[in-house]
Design a protein around this ligand. Structure first.
Ligand code: CP
Length: 304
């Protein structure tokens, strides 16, 4: 593929190649000298039109570990605030000879739009409620690391699926690798189209957790929430919040994941998020190796 715009554009072999490359980079970043000189001639711009902690820092670190030159752009401190358009913003940045653009934007399809209008490799770091492909790759990579493979595993995505780009990218990535996927949450937060993707809906949290090997717990996205869709926070936590009591009564251990940031005490308690069953910080660690792999593989296509 020419860009990384979404998991829906990938084939299973693309994911295999990314994981194999990430395995190598994971070994590299655990060495005393964590850097390789591979991309000394590549310049990367990180354009964030929406807030981020993990994705932004992880991309920047991945780029620096590959020895690329890096520039960072945050819309809130830029001339976007004076009314400059996305295309003008990006073309001005590209005039400074940028090869790869990593972009997070609030609009669905922003990455695809950009890829049609500018001459650079585009990596989607999250477009509205649509896709977050590197998150899904690092999530699958973390499942593979913990359970040996993704194929045949049962994954339930719990919570605010309606507003989640993590959910859609995860569904595509997990199904591509032969996992079974269910979603669980209030019907008001489950999009109607989800069953057309071959995903079953379970509205009983206990049943969903009894079924799965892995629960990927989503953040309740208060900032995208229309109040009419939302059960109260207290109701949500009572019905769909994951706490230690629920897990203790399953009669088996399941792996707990969360893309972050966590609303502690809402969708998951601190005891569960910080428990031995949680691989939340492994996900963050793996994000650097996965992003190094994606950037490295795309950079191989750039003529230099
Ligand atoms: N998981 C994730 O995308 O986190 P950030 O919003 O902090 O980047």
């Amino acid at each position: 593929v020419e860009h990384l715009l979404g998991i829906k554009y990938l084939k299973q072999n693309d994911i295999d190649v990314i994981f194999k490359t990430a395995d190598h980079f994971k070994e590299v970043i655990n060495r005393p000298i964590k850097k390789v000189p591979s991309l000394r001639d590549i310049t990367i711009a990180n354009l964030f039109f929406e807030n981020s902690t993990r994705t932004k820092l992880s991309f920047e670190l991945a780029e620096k570990r590959l020895s690329a030159d890096v520039i960072n752009f945050s819309a809130s401190q830029s001339s976007v605030k004076k009314g400059e358009t996305l295309i003008d913003t990006v073309n001005n940045i590209l005039a400074m000879k940028v090869d790869i653009v990593v972009m997070r934007h609030g609009n669905v399809g922003a990455g695809v739009f950009l890829s049609k209008h500018v001459n650079a490799k585009i990596i989607n770091a999250g477009d509205g409620t649509h896709e977050h492909p590197t998150q899904a790759l690092l999530d699958s990579y973390s499942i593979r690391e913990k359970l040996g493979s993704v194929k045949g595993k049962k994954i339930v995505i719990v919570g605010d699926v309606l507003h989640s780009r993590v959910a859609l990218s995860n569904i595509f990535a997990l199904q591509l690798q032969g996992a079974e996927v269910k979603v669980c949450g209030p019907t008001t937060l489950i999009p109607k189209y989800i069953t057309s993707l071959g995903v079953q809906v379970e509205t009983n949290l206990k049943k969903a957790l009894e079924w799965c090997d892995v629960a990927n717990v989503l953040r309740v996205q208060h900032e995208r929430m229309d109040i009419k869709y939302f059960p109260s926070t207290r109701e949500y936590t009572q019905l769909f919040g994951i706490n230690q009591d629920i897990l203790d009564n399953l009669g088996k251990k399941i792996v707990i994941m969360h893309p972050g940031p966590i609303n502690r005490g809402v969708e998951i308690t601190s005891a569960v998020a910080d428990s031995n069953n949680s691989i939340i910080l492994n996900q963050v660690e793996n994000g650097v190796a996965i992003r190094m792999a994606v950037i490295y593989l795309l950079a191989q296509q750039i003529k230099r």
